[in-house]
Design a protein around this ligand. Structure first.
Ligand code: HEC
Ligand SMILES: [Cu+2]
Length: 309
């Protein structure tokens, strides 16, 4: 029997250290409090012959010293935990994107090259991978214990989780949010491969169209190019180079155009209107499936910045 989970990602040891430290400190506090309590219960039990006379004097020095010490220890733990949490929630800029669509009761994965799989995700070793995830029905939760990562997957929005797998192998994927009758069977495998094998896998599973190529077709089919093509009658912002760049909005704020922003722009255009444009873009909510959305977004991401020469 294995007592400790395999550790297969760049963050797994750090998460383990934090967990061990928290357990040890909580254990020490528990032992101290309960130890003293039991000691006094025994020592001052009814009828025992001990001096109950002179009560110890309260000293402010002692009071403030132990209060400050406790505060410091727990504050240090907070900083440690918050720092790790923030790094776990910030995918590196060079991360490879894989799209995940959850539904009762399966995981669908789509790679940028158009490769699709169900209840499995193939990733290369040693490279940061970010999963852009959404659900077609209820709330699910993507959890890979060997990587020490888990994240809720919600309908109607994108949630991002990232990891860097450091050891080739096959690792369990679980849904850890109770999501209906077959929740317990909503499992899968993360297959971590060496670079060359991964390339081979990509080639063998390549389909006719990449996400970008399919997205381009959809961009025409849904009539996006009528406004965003640059020669329509409606004035709409050019989408070239928009991904990853700051977008000034009509309410005076600025957002960085990430996957989430692009998604919201298509489904809820009124929620974030680009500064100096009229809010005339129709909402496509309910008309575009999650899989088509992924393709449209992949296509928009592929549009290179314009040359302002
Ligand atoms: C009727 C014209 C029209 C159509 C059709 C249209 N859009 Fe738009 N779109 C606009 C306008 C105008 C804006 C700027 C105002 C706003 O943000 O709502 C915009 C904004 C956007 C933005 C944000 C751009 C930025 O610079 O931040 C994205 C992304 C986008 N549209 C994608 C699409 C996609 C994908 C489609 C097709 C599914 C589409 N649009 C269809 C008019 C249109
Ligand atoms: Cu689930």
């Amino acid at each position: 029997m294995r007592l400790w989970l395999p550790a297969a990602s760049s963050m797994s040891h750090e998460v383990d250290y934090l967990l061990i430290a928290l357990t040890l400190i909580a254990g020490a506090v528990l032992a101290l409090v309960f130890g003293l309590m039991l000691l006094f219960v025994f020592k001052y039990r009814a009828g025992s012959k001990v001096d109950r006379g002179a009560l110890a004097k309260k000293t402010w020095r002692l009071e403030s010293a132990w209060t400050a010490a406790t505060l410091l220890v727990f504050f240090a733990l907070f900083i440690w935990g918050a720092n790790l949490y923030l790094r776990l929630s910030q995918p590196p800029a060079d991360a490879l994107t894989v799209y995940i669509v959850a539904k009762q009761w399966m995981w669908k994965a789509e790679h940028v090259g158009g490769q699709r799989e169900i209840n499995a995700v193939h990733v290369p070793v040693g490279r940061p991978v970010q999963l852009v995830m959404t659900s077609e029905d209820v709330i699910h939760d993507f959890a890979v214990p060997a990587f020490r990562v888990k994240h809720d997957v919600l309908p109607g929005r994108y949630d991002v989780l990232w990891f860097r797998a450091d050891r080739p192998g096959t690792y369990d994927l679980f849904c850890t949010r109770f999501c209906g009758t077959d929740h317990a069977h909503m499992t899968g495998k993360i297959v971590v491969m060496e670079g060359p094998q991964y390339q081979q896998w990509l080639e063998q599973n390549g389909t006719s169209g990449t996400l970008v190529a399919d997205g381009k077709v959809l961009f025409m089919r849904y009539g996006c190019n009528g406004c965003h093509g640059g020669h329509g009658t409606v004035r709409a912002p050019s989408l070239n180079g928009v991904y990853g760049s700051p977008v000034p909005l009509s309410d005076g704020t600025t957002v960085i155009a990430d996957d989430r922003y692009l998604r919201d722009s298509i489904l809820m255009p009124r929620s974030q209107v680009v500064a100096s444009f009229a809010p005339v873009m129709p909402s496509f909510a309910g008309q575009i499936s999650e899989e088509d959305l992924i393709k449209l977004i992949a296509y928009i991401k592929s549009l290179a910045p314009e040359n302002h020469s």
